[in-house]
Design a protein around this ligand. Structure first.
Ligand SMILES: [Zn+2]
Length: 71
């Protein structure tokens, strides 16, 4: 597993940097759009569906944990 994938699965709120060869915005961190990680410049990651599914399950789990802490 790559470091990026490892971080995505273990660090809350982590997103990868833009991977474009030339980024208009000087390679900021990307945001998750529900399918892939995107940059404002239009670049998009290309994780396979199985990884994205695992990541979404992890996000849902993070949210569940946050709720428990609050109540
Ligand atoms: Zn970019």
């Amino acid at each position: 597993m790559s470091i990026v994938r490892q971080n995505l699965m273990t660090r809350e709120g982590y997103t990868p940097y833009c991977g474009a060869e030339r980024c208009l915005y000087t390679w900021p961190r990307t945001f998750f759009n529900g399918h892939q990680f995107r940059c404002k410049c239009g670049w998009q990651s290309s994780f396979e569906p199985a990884f994205i599914a695992a990541y979404k399950a992890k996000l849902a789990n993070d949210r569940g944990n946050a709720k428990e802490v609050r109540s």
